[in-house]
Write a protein that binds this ligand. Structure first.
Ligand SMILES: NC(=O)c1ccc[n+]([C@@H]2O[C@H](COP(=O)([O-])OP(=O)(O)OC[C@H]3O[C@@H](n4cnc5c(N)ncnc54)[C@H](O)[C@@H]3O)[C@@H](O)[C@H]2O)c1
Ligand SMILES: N[C@H](CO)Cc1c[nH]c[nH+]1
Ligand SMILES: [Zn+2]
Length: 857
């Protein structure tokens, strides 16, 4: 059982209805962001629900502090199909529709369904049956807070009863504020207390409700009883009013002066006990003059009261008074205690230091007129935002990177059987040829559906340019930008890095530059194919290039290096870099620093298909480019394919890309911990990353050692949740010989190949297909991913059979030329004329004949 919600037309009605603020959720029919922000500010309540017509509008409402957003069945279904609700907790969503519409929903339902009786849905048995089925199959198994709310209409009681009989979920009622007028009440049509208690029940013989009274921080003040009348009185007056079992209506504090201001009223899960949240004035709730009937306060409440009274009348010589009067001293103490807390290690020490820090932090709050309730409201508000800041510390505090603390010992993890992170195992000698072929395949990607999704996005960017980029970034990345592009020279302040980061990027830059510079084709190739016939070939940069740097699940400055350096070496004159913005709308400073180093002219703060479209077609602020390179998720890849096929935009792409992958060949000489670490370094990229171990003649014990290491190391990774999904989709193939291993690897054509065998360099000549090879135990793939010099943007999905990874030549094209002397033409003439004759192309033949005739006169 839950309390009724109240429905109001617009925020102004909330102010008119003082009683509403004390009750459950308030549903605002016509809320806009500004009005709801000021309402939340004014009333301090966060239990507002509001209707939204799109996910964009919903995000704004959620961020403004609205608890639940109500979608129509249609908006909900569309948003779901387009994955726009990913990451939004389901308790922040309600769907409203008729019984029939709700019953027909196939998408996973959120926790609240609002049955709208006003849409004239016939409440027939079939509709009710389908509704019950949906609710049973989708809501009940999930547990948690599940509610069906009946929007009050003329037939609401009939609906309520009908739905109640289905016995599928908790029921609530929405009562329209329009019915809460004094007039209606006088006419006996509605009584707010009655309305409030409509779904409550009491098992007490006297019909009263047991009522718990708590303060703003949920500290119990005491136990009382309520009746319909006392609840009505309380809601109307905004005071604590209860029902004394022997003295009738009890206006708390009427004689003692210890009155209460009402904050909120609700009731418990089975609707038989009420809770009044109040601000207690005067000496306290208890007749013994203590604040609570359970004795004096302790903990934070007590500290707050003490600090409050010290602020009002502490002797000037007391330490707390000094703190209040000396902001510098207070600041120093907060810093000192924060440092001590960070350095504390054992349990007692951490509790001790945290208590000290909280004492000084609360002193700061009280001196600024901020209460614990204000702090708690702030925490609740932050928890309710759906767009998030990245949570990185400011550079000044972030010098030491945190390492995931291994919370379990290696021996313990080794023995763990439940939830073990393990790959599947096959033995080459036991599998059929079909199974071997199946193992070579990657998961099938259905690009038609994704192309269907990205096409309208790209069309929108083509038509509306920057305005579309801004809207789509708000929609998919939940970031509201003012301008999507940064133009060089970039603001130094946006690329501030700590010295270690800068040094690491600089070192990686130098190595990658050196290797890619050496690849540059600077010399003209000149060949005299026969005397007097000279052919040449020379390279020219592709002028304008667009580089996509992914930013969805991980921030990738390394990909900026891998794409930007070869483009710079090749001499591209316009380098545009696109990358999704951070949640606060800013650019990743490391990415901007590299953009600056490679001489990018623009950084586009957008991701996905919209970024690719902007670079392919150009917008008001994004230059159109000739080639788009770089990895990305399925939307990015599909958009690159669409752009490449659109001859009207004239753009090419580097290669088809898919999720990262690695194949490791390991024999008896391999180090199990190293082998496991290499497999995991790719498995952590994404849930669809595939890693393959080809184990050469390993005993069961040798293989088990690698498997143990996979579980142990994976369990300690911060991205263990991703690894838990990618590792079970990956596999180990046991083979007897190195030749079998190499032959399988060549057929698989991996993006990365790591050789953990004896004399690994001797295997290289046999490797026919791979994006990049890592030779021997001291060459982890991570080195190639970041800093050794080779490129990490490589062909996946088996495309290493025919594609190279990104390299300097990706950013150039070749032009050929020829020059023939008279003698040369004379020598070659007959051959050309004969071939033209065979093809029946007389004009071709003639172009030679006309000259040769002169020469042979
Ligand atoms: N092969 C390589 O060299 C290499 C290197 C680095 C990363 N990667 C791969 O790149 C990929 C990066 O993917 P990512 O998602 O982290 O970042 P991403 O930058 O590729 O994609 C994020 C963008 O996707 C768009 N998007 C998200 N949901 C959408 C939706 N429902 N409809 C339309 N657009 C939507 C958003 O605009 C968002 O900005 C991973 O698969 C990773 O393995 C590959
Ligand atoms: N391994 C990825 C390519 O498949 C590249 C990368 C970037 N950062 C870390 N790794
Ligand atoms: Zn990697």
């Amino acid at each position: 059982m839950f309390i009724p919600s109240l429905n109001v037309a617009d925020p102004s009605q909330v102010a008119l209805k003082t009683s509403i603020g004390y009750l459950g959720s308030v549903i605002i029919e016509n809320a806009n962001v500004e009005s709801i922000k000021s309402l939340i500010q004014e009333t301090g309540s966060t239990l507002y629900w509001a209707k939204a017509e799109s996910v964009d509008q919903a995000v704004q409402l959620w961020d403004a502090g609205v608890y639940k957003v109500i979608f129509s069945v249609d908006t909900f279904s569309t948003a779901h199909a387009e994955n726009e609700l990913n990451g939004i907790p389901e308790e922040r969503i309600a769907v409203q529709g008729s019984v029939t519409q709700l019953g027909q929903l196939t998408q996973p339902l959120p926790s609240s369904l609002i049955v709208d009786t006003s849409v004239g849905d016939a409440l027939n048995t079939e509709a009710l049956h389908s509704f019950a089925k949906t609710v049973r199959s989708q809501l009940l198994p999930q547990g948690g807070e599940r509610r069906v709310i009946v929007n009050e209409g003329s037939d609401s009681l009939v609906t309520l009863e009908a739905i109640a009989k289905l016995n599928v979920v908790n029921l609530d009622v929405i009562i329209s504020a329009a019915h809460l007028t004094a007039q209606e009440e006088e006419q006996g049509k509605i009584n707010i207390g009655q309305a409030f208690l409509v779904t409550a029940t009491t098992d007490r013989a006297d019909g009263l409700f047991t009522t718990m009274v708590v303060d703003e921080r949920n500290t119990a003040l005491g136990l009382v009883y309520s009746s319909v009348k006392s609840v009505s009185e309380s809601l109307k007056t905004g005071q604590g009013v209860y029902q004394s079992r022997n003295r009738g209506l009890w206006y708390k504090g009427a004689t003692s002066g210890a009155t209460q201001s009402l904050i909120r009223v609700d009731y418990d899960c089975d609707g038989d006990a009420l809770r009044f949240v109040v601000k207690q004035h005067g000496t306290g709730f208890c007749h013994l003059n203590t604040r609570t009937c359970f004795g004096t306060d302790t903990g934070l409440s007590a500290l707050q009261s003490t600090l409050q009274s010290r602020k009002e009348n502490a002797p000037a010589s007391s330490y707390t008074a000094r703190l209040f009067n000396d902001p510098k001293l207070l600041r120093a103490k907060i810093m000192e205690e924060a440092e001590e807390l960070c350095d504390a290690t054992d349990k007692d020490e951490v509790a001790w230091e945290a208590a000290d820090l909280i004492y000084f932090a609360l002193t700061k709050c009280i001196s600024a007129g901020v209460s614990l309730e204000d702090v708690e409201k702030n925490l609740d508000k932050k928890a309710r935002k759906v767009t998030r800041r990245p949570g990185n510390a400011k550079p000044k505090w972030s010098e030491t990177t945190s390492v995931a603390t291994p919370d379990k010992k290696e021996e313990e993890l080794k023995k763990e059987e439940n939830g073990r992170i393990a790959m599947m195992t096959y033995d080459l000698k036991d599998i059929t040829a079909e199974k071997r072929s199946e193992l070579l395949l990657r998961p099938i990607i259905d690009s038609t559906e994704i192309i269907g999704r990205v096409t309208p996005i790209m069309k929108d960017v083509r038509q509306r340019g920057d305005a579309a980029l801004i809207d789509l970034t708000a929609k998919f990345d939940r970031v509201q930008l003012e301008c999507p592009t940064l133009k060089a020279p970039f603001d130094e302040k946006l690329m501030q890095l700590d010295p270690q980061t800068k040094a690491a990027i600089d070192q990686a830059y130098d190595n990658i530059f050196k290797f890619h510079d050496a690849q540059m084709d600077r010399d003209t190739l000149t060949v005299e194919t026969m005397p007097g016939v000279v052919c040449t070939r020379f390279a020219r940069p592709i002028e304008r290039v667009g580089l996509y740097v992914p930013g969805g699940t991980a921030v990738l400055p390394s990909t900026t290096l891998m794409l930007g350096i070869p483009a710079k070496v090749a001499g591209c004159s316009e380098i545009v870099i696109a990358t999704p913005p951070r949640p606060d709308g800013s650019v990743v400073p490391e990415v901007l620093y590299v953009a600056h180093k490679v001489g990018a002219s623009h950084v586009l703060l957008a991701g996905g298909a919209q970024a690719v479209a902007a670079m392919a077609y150009g917008t008001q602020t994004v230059p159109k480019v000739d080639k788009i390179c770089g990895p990305g998720n399925q939307y990015v890849t599909a958009a690159k394919m669409v752009a490449q096929n659109d001859t009207s935009c004239l753009v090419s792409i580097d290669m088809p890309a898919g999720p990262s992958e690695v194949l490791v060949i390991a024999d008896k000489t391999s180090n199990p911990a190293y082998t496991a670490s290499d497999l995991l370094s790719q498995a952590e990229h994404g849930v669809d990353s595939q890693v393959v171990l080809v184990a050469v003649d390993l005993t069961d014990a040798e293989l088990a050692a690698i498997e143990d290491q996979i579980h142990i190391q994976a369990s300690r990774l911060p991205r263990v949740d991703i690894v838990r999904q990618s590792i079970p989709k990956s596999y180990t193939l046991k083979v007897k010989t190195l030749d079998e291993a190499v032959s399988f690897s060549n057929d698989y054509a991996p993006e990365h190949l790591i050789l953990h065998n004896d004399k690994p360099e001797e295997l290289l000549p046999k490797i026919m297909h791979a994006g990049s090879v890592f030779v021997g135990q001291y060459s982890p793939e991570s080195c190639g991913d970041y800093a050794s010099g080779t490129n990490h943007t490589l062909p996946t999905y088996g495309y290493s059979r025919m594609y190279s990874g990104v390299n300097t030549l990706t950013f150039v094209k070749h032009i050929t030329s020829q020059q023939l002397t008279a003698d040369g033409l004379n020598r070659l003439g007959d051959t050309v004329m004969r071939l033209a004759e065979i093809e029946g192309l007389e004009a071709h033949r003639n172009a030679v004949a006309i000259r040769v005739a002169d020469l042979r006169k």
